[in-house]
Design a protein around this ligand. Structure first.
Ligand SMILES: NC(=O)c1ccc[n+]([C@@H]2O[C@H](COP(=O)([O-])OP(=O)(O)OC[C@H]3O[C@@H](n4cnc5c(N)ncnc54)[C@H](OP(=O)(O)O)[C@@H]3O)[C@@H](O)[C@H]2O)c1
Length: 246
């Protein structure tokens, strides 16, 4: 494996934190986003930038065609695309449910498919890390859509890890609790809402994208060479610790 990484959702909060972390560790970056202006405002003209919508098959395939055309050979993928659509099951509109599935599950499927195809064609080993959420692991009110989508991502990770283990391609996911990024901006839009959100977690406070980026960078690195098919919780204990009821 070399130190060349594809980051999708690179204009987002987590994508930017991961880019910063990998750069500090001397990785070469290929940044993918839907909006050229957003990528430019985050990174200027630095790094290879590819404009594509990874939630569509054609978009995910375009990323690796562009990579081939530029004779680049990334061996790692961090798929940071996704959104959070909240609302009780009986009130969720079909359009919002489909948007949630498209951004979180379908994008992961299509991008991982295009990435593994790229590695198989080059007979190269590699590593991918996908995004789940604490909501996939423990019942959380009004999270039905995102829980269903991220639960699908977790199942995808285990199956793909099995399929590609013999090719030495590792597939893992991380499952954060709430993070201070654009995806959760409407849940954290006032001091009171931030306090209420923070209280839900056994370890107090709101998660930082930088902490998740550290874990993702490790999963992509040689240090995690024996790690595949795993979902790593990074949620301040939310998914496994019972709160003390006072
Ligand atoms: N923030 C949290 O509290 C939290 C908690 C658990 C898990 N996560 C997961 O962490 C990942 C990163 O999110 P973030 O916190 O960095 O949020 P963010 O700042 O909103 O970034 C999300 C990224 O996903 C892209 N994206 C959104 N919808 C898309 C779609 N339909 N098709 C293609 N791209 C789309 C956006 O690209 P554009 O710039 O092109 O719009 C953006 O770059 C997501 O998978 C999210 O579900 C977040």
């Amino acid at each position: 494996m070399n130190k060349v990484a594809v980051i999708t959702g690179a204009s987002g909060g987590l994508g930017q934190a991961l880019a910063k972390k990998l750069l500090a560790e001397q990785w070469e970056l290929i940044l993918v986003g839907r909006d050229a202006d957003k990528l430019k405002s985050a990174y200027g003209n630095k790094h290879t930038q590819i404009i594509a919508d990874c939630s569509q098959v054609s978009g995910a395939q375009h990323v690796f065609e562009a990579i081939r055309n530029q004779q680049l050979m990334p061996t790692t993928l961090a798929h940071c695309v996704g959104n959070i659509r909240l609302g009780a099951l009986h009130r969720m509109q079909e359009v919002d449910f489909m948007d949630c599935m498209q951004a979180n599950l379908f994008s992961a499927f299509h991008t991982l498919a295009a990435f593994t195809h790229h590695l198989k064609q080059a007979s190269m080993p590699g590593a991918a890390v996908l995004m789940s959420s604490a909501a996939a692991q423990i019942g959380t009110q009004n999270h039905e859509a995102v829980a269903a989508a991220k639960g699908g991502v977790e199942a995808l990770v285990r199956s793909a890890a099995a399929t590609y283990a013999s090719a030495n391609i590792r597939v893992n996911a991380v499952a954060p609790g709430i993070l201070d990024t654009a995806a959760s901006a409407n849940i954290l839009s006032s001091e009171l809402m931030r306090e209420v959100a923070a209280k839900q977690y056994p370890l107090k406070g709101i998660g930082k994208a930088e902490d998740v980026a550290d874990l993702m960078a490790w999963l992509l690195s040689e240090h995690a060479a024996r790690v595949t098919g795993q979902v790593w919780s990074i949620d301040a204990g939310f998914s496994v610790i019972r709160p003390i009821v006072k």
